[in-house]
Design a binder for this molecule. Structure first.
Ligand SMILES: [Mg+2]
Ligand SMILES: [Zn+2]
Length: 191
């Protein structure tokens, strides 16, 4: 069993632009490639986990999600990095039409995406981390017995300023961005 670093997409590896409904809006952070490469070289699995409710809302087809992940994958590959797996939730509990409109078990912070990843890739969740820019990414980590890292990119800085006083439990780690998060994970743990 290997540990994984589960990484959120929007606001963590690329700019949070609301709904990424066209590839022209995808701005991958310059440090994202090095972050994923460091995960790869350190023996963790690198797994993308992202909510894409824009599919359920009818803002874009599910194929748009695949296009975005192909572009992300190509950019990572050009820097010698790769994602070992990609999992996304296209659902929303109340918007749009079935089958995308459903109270699913995979919309973060529900644990479905990570449970599927763990089953399919033999992941040791107790030694794994989730990195994201929303508190719900941190809650997702705790829901599966992993550790949660909040980054200040995307919604992170604002959540820390405006919401963190109300959080019942603080993130295990707070980092300026995903590269700093991975550097600290790697230096403080062993895959
Ligand atoms: Mg995010
Ligand atoms: Zn779902």
């Amino acid at each position: 069993m290997r540990p994984a670093v589960f990484i959120d997409r929007d606001g963590t590896l690329c700019d949070e632009v609301g709904y990424l409904n066209h590839l022209s809006r995808m701005r991958i952070f310059p440090f994202a490639v090095e972050a994923v490469r460091l995960v790869n070289r350190s023996g963790w699995l690198a797994v993308l986990v992202t909510n894409q409710a824009g599919v359920a809302r009818g803002y874009f087809p599910e194929s748009m999600v695949a296009e975005a992940h192909a572009l992300l994958g190509a950019r990572l590959a050009s820097g010698g990095a790769h994602l070992d797996a990609v999992y996304y939730c296209p659902h929303h509990p109340s918007a749009g039409e079935p089958p995308y409109r459903q109270d699913c078990t995979c919309r973060k912070p529900k644990p479905g995406l990570i449970e599927r990843a763990a089953a399919e890739h033999g992941i040791d969740l107790a030694r794994s981390f989730v990195i994201g820019d929303r508190y719900h990414d941190v809650q997702l980590a705790w829901a599966v017995g992993a550790r949660g890292v909040l980054v200040r990119t995307g919604y992170g800085a604002g959540e820390l300023v405006h919401l963190s006083a109300r959080w019942p439990r603080q993130p295990d780690l707070v980092a300026d961005h995903v590269l700093e998060a991975v550097e600290r994970i790697v230096s403080e743990s062993r895959a």
